[in-house]
Design a protein around this ligand. Structure first.
Ligand code: 0HH
Length: 208
């Protein structure tokens, strides 16, 4: 067992990109699953820096904020570019993924019934930006010639978007090929095929 512990609810949510990355890097982690009624009692919440989960422990380092966790793993597992310029571009792409993830989360949790169709209709206007970067880079990754934490983050979000709209990548060949190749990486495939992944709902309200 590695030095990592992930504390989170029983959803894929904001931990899937992190877990896919750990799996691909051959790392193990311990999971503490928090029951929502327990969470509502407030004692754990009170110990979280921003009052929210996930919580990530690497030995005695305790982190909150899922993107900070991805960056930390990127630094420690050779997934943060070759130099400062690549690192800056990887940061930029991760922030772009976060913007789209936030739109997705808002639709799922606040306006699924009224906003799902409009979200799907508008999706190409967001996916085309990632398609352009991926196509221009030519390596099958967002930045440089190997996967960075931003790739794992994008990959996870795209998996969720394909569940929402099975055809959403059809006009984006670079993104479609990226998802195909990432999904076929043996360690990623093994994780995606595991109960640890499959049995968790994507979101906490049953919408997907
Ligand atoms: N920016 C933060 C990050 O990236 C956002 C964290 C966040 O929104 O880490 N945390 C939410 C849970 S993620 C939180 O702590 C959404 C999943 C909700 C699942 C709920 C229950 C499922 C039960 C099966 N929310 C609780 C809170 O704010 O009190």
């Amino acid at each position: 067992m590695g030095p990592y512990t992930i504390t989170y609810f029983a959803v894929r949510g904001r931990c899937s990109a992190l877990k896919i990355m750990l799996a691909d890097k051959g790392q193990e982690w311990k999971e503490v699953v928090v029951d929502f009624p327990d969470w509502m009692k407030g004692s754990l919440k009170g110990t979280c820096v921003f009052g929210q989960l996930p919580k990530f422990q690497d030995g005695d380092l305790v982190l909150f904020q899922s993107n900070a966790m991805l960056r930390h793993l990127g630094r420690n597992h050779d997934a943060y570019g070759h130099d400062g310029k690549e690192a800056a571009l990887i940061d930029m792409m991760c922030d772009g993924v976060e913007d789209l993830r936030l739109k997705y989360i808002k639709m799922i949790y606040q306006e699924y019934d009224t906003g799902k169709d409009a979200f799907i209709k508008d999706l190409p206007n967001h996916l085309d930006k990632f398609e352009a970067v991926m196509t221009k880079n030519k390596t099958g990754f967002l930045v440089g010639n190997k996967s960075s934490f931003a790739d794992y983050n994008l990959f996870d979000l795209l998996l969720n978007l394909v569940v929402l709209s099975s055809t959403c990548l059809d006009s984006f060949p670079s993104l479609k090929s990226f998802v195909g190749k990432m999904s076929a990486q043996p360690k990623i495939k093994a994780f995606l095929d595991s109960d640890a992944y499959k049995k968790l709902p994507i979101n906490g309200n049953g919408k997907q």
